[in-house]
Design a protein. Structure first.
Length: 300
């Protein structure tokens, strides 16, 4: 992991010390604040370059939710992931944090490995989104002319290639790209390659996820399988219909964020895509077909 600048905000000194200790082996430059207002002032400085914020929810004065909303309301920080860490783990509290823009909701107490895994995932996602954003900007004007198309994909590299092309069709590519990426990756890993939720969690912990995907792409019965994404556009919406060759899965329990999966490094992609990337998201049948749509109507 390359050097990244991380802002940590918690009103309890012991919690700041624990987070600093947990992340000691990572290549991170940490700035620790017990006062959320001071943390905001530091973040808002003209030359600040933070890549990530780790934020406590319950603090006196300006609480974590207020600070989160300030961060996400400022376009300078819209791509900075915020990890909310708190003992407030009721489903409505978790949903409130995610809808306000939190990248992940980490429930106290948590193991060091949980924080490390989520920090790594957040920084990896930020780098990937920056790359997607650059590529999408180049394609945006030409893509407005497209009425419909179908693409096939099988590998991580092909997903990475297609996402910026497809996101550029939409009014807000930055918002759509992460959701498209998650849905297409699900079609590859869970659909075509049969990697279970539990297997992915273990592979993510061990750092072997990409290697296992490449291994399965070359063995029976997975080799040769491809997913497709069909794009249609009309005056009202752009729709992405993704189909894989797998057995499907119980998609219903992944439509909303489940606090029981708070410690897992995966399992939030579908819920986040539904909440933040698309106007609608619908699975069909056994779960190997999903249609995600983006409205072209101006927001109220």
């Amino acid at each position: 992991m390359s050097q990244n600048h991380v802002l940590v905000v918690d009103d309890e000194a012991i919690n700041l010390m624990l987070i600093e200790d947990f992340l000691e082996q990572e290549k991170l430059a940490l700035e620790l604040f017990s006062d959320p207002l001071q943390a905001w002032q530091r973040l808002a400085e003209p030359n600040s370059d933070f890549s990530l914020v780790v934020l406590d929810r319950m603090m006196p004065g300006m609480d974590g939710m207020e600070l989160l909303r300030r961060i996400k309301a400022d376009r300078r920080f819209e791509d900075v992931p915020v990890i909310m860490q708190t003992a407030a783990s009721a489903p409505e509290q978790v949903r409130e944090g995610l809808e306000a823009g939190a990248y992940y909701y980490l429930t106290k107490p948590y193991a060091p490995e949980a924080l490390i895994s989520i920090v790594r995932a957040a920084l990896d996602d930020r780098r990937a989104r920056a790359s997607l954003r650059t590529r999408a900007a180049r394609l945006e004007e030409a893509q407005k002319l497209l009425l419909g198309a179908e693409y096939g994909f099988a590998t991580l590299e092909e997903v990475s290639c297609l996402v910026p092309v497809l996101a550029a069709l939409c009014p807000d590519p930055d918002r759509v790209a992460p959701g498209l990426s998650d849905l297409m990756l699900n079609a590859v890993e869970h659909g075509n390659l049969g990697i279970t939720y539990r297997e992915k969690s273990l592979l993510k912990w061990d750092g072997d996820w990409e290697a296992e995907i490449r291994r399965r792409l070359n063995i029976a019965p997975f080799s040769g399988r491809r997913a497709t994404i069909r794009v249609t556009r009309n005056s009202e919406a752009i729709s992405f219909r993704i189909t894989d060759e797998g057995e499907g899965f119980d998609w219903r329990k992944f439509l909303d964020f489940d606090p029981e999966r708070a410690f897992d490094p995966n399992g939030r992609g579908i819920a986040m895509a539904r909440l933040t990337s698309f106007s609608s998201l619908e699975y069909e049948g056994r779960g190997n077909v999903v249609t995600a749509s983006v409205s072209l109507s101006p927001r109220p």
